[in-house]
Design a protein around this ligand. Structure first.
Ligand SMILES: [Zn+2]
Length: 396
């Protein structure tokens, strides 16, 4: 008979311990689902401060119950941003867990899109983006406290902002200042695809508006007296589309165009708004310079360009890759291969990553239909996501 050898001791949890933790969360799957349902049933559109504040208060209470110290950053036009600090058993910089309370759905959406369980999923507005992510934070921290004698193993700061879906204007500075003090940032935005990939790169996002002023004239009587702002805009749009470089991940989309007054008037005004996406910071600067350098083709028309790249790209830096490596080690211990993805959409992780703070995004729920009527999460994925988050908090 073979002798059974004892495994060597390691500071990291053994795979079997990781499996135990998965079992812990599997037993609590229904409780996690119930938390998500509670959060979804308090609607929280970005532009409805009282509603968002109501959800913020509920969350502050939940976090305080598990030993966090909650405080609000008051803002007049959006819900107050919620920060919760956990002191942790060991010293060192905190880990920042980042998310948002707001959703894109107007008040009353629940009446046509009720929160319900069916086909192995939880459906409803904000289930995926990103109330499941918030619930995962709550349950992962609760699990850690259970295993570490009523304390979390390291300092943790949770920041839940209220204006992410509308550009994070009022929260950006808070996010950036907390990120600068943190060891790393874990973003609980939804995972990518039904395989649950984490996001290790995100494009930067910009918005520009171009205005052309020409000269109005009667199209029958004084055709040669007019300078068409629409003809000029058409040429500008063609020039803009030539800047697209798919290989570099650089795209420009003129999504809205308006101009003119009547068919028999040479149009004096035209406006176009465009969305710009960049994979690299240097492209953001270059594209800004190029757009601002645009000149009118018709010298009798005037051109005005406004805008900026307001979310820098999240590039896959060494720090990002290191966090992904840790996450994929954890997934391996659970017999699962965690994939990574580069995506076109931005999040608050773009701000923290571009400051050089290691950031891993897409750690939240697994599902489909963010911002759409079929928004839902796969509930059987919740235990695995909670285990991954808890282990990452310990090891990152
Ligand atoms: Zn989101």
């Amino acid at each position: 008979m073979k002798k059974v050898l004892k495994k060597p001791q390691s500071s990291r949890p053994e795979p079997s311990e990781t499996a135990n933790r998965l079992r812990f969360f599997t037993e609590r799957k229904d409780a996690i689902t119930e938390t998500i349902r509670q959060l979804v049933e308090i609607e929280s559109p970005s532009d409805h401060k009282p509603a968002v504040d109501q959800l913020g208060a509920l969350l502050a209470g939940r976090f305080e119950k598990i030993g966090g110290h909650a405080k609000f950053h008051r803002v007049p036009n959006f819900g107050d941003h919620l920060q919760v600090d956990f002191s942790g058993a060991r010293n060192g910089k905190p880990l920042l867990l980042l998310g948002h309370i707001d959703t894109v759905y107007p008040m009353g959406t629940l009446s046509t899109m009720p929160c319900r369980v069916a086909d192995g999923r939880l459906w409803g507005p904000g289930t995926l983006d990103m109330k499941s992510g918030i619930a995962l934070i709550l349950h992962a921290l609760e699990g850690l406290r259970t295993w570490h004698g009523d304390t979390v193993p390291r300092p943790v700061t949770v920041l839940l902002v209220t204006d992410e879906e509308v550009g994070s204007e009022s929260s950006r500075r808070i996010t950036e200042s907390l990120a600068r003090k943190s060891e790393a940032v874990l973003v609980l935005e939804p995972a990518y695809g039904l395989k649950g990939a984490v996001k290790t790169a995100r494009k930067g996002v910009g918005e520009y508006t171009i205005k052309v002023t020409g000269k109005a004239a009667h199209s029958g009587l004084d055709f040669d007296q007019g300078e068409s702002a629409i003809v000029e805009m058409a040429k500008q749009i063609t020039a803009i589309s030539k800047l697209v470089n798919l290989k570099r991940g650089l795209t420009l989309n003129v999504g809205v165009v308006s101009g003119g007054t009547r068919t028999n008037v040479i149009p004096a005004q035209a406006t176009a708004s465009l969305d710009v996406r960049v994979a690299q910071m240097k492209d953001a600067k270059a594209i800004d310079r190029q757009l601002r350098g645009f000149k009118p083709f018709n010298r009798k028309c005037q051109l005005e360009i406004e805008g900026a790249v307001n979310r820098p790209p999240m590039e896959r830096s060494a720090g990002v890759a290191m966090l992904y490596k840790k996450a994929s080690e954890i997934s391996k211990e659970l017999g699962w291969k965690l994939e990574e993805a580069a995506v076109g959409g931005g999040s608050d992780g773009n701000f923290t990553a571009s400051l050089g703070i290691p950031t891993l995004d897409g750690l939240g729920g697994v599902g489909e239909g963010a911002h759409a009527t079929h928004e839902s999460i796969v509930t059987s994925e919740l235990p695995r996501r909670a285990t991954l988050l808890a282990e990452l908090i310990e090891r990152a």
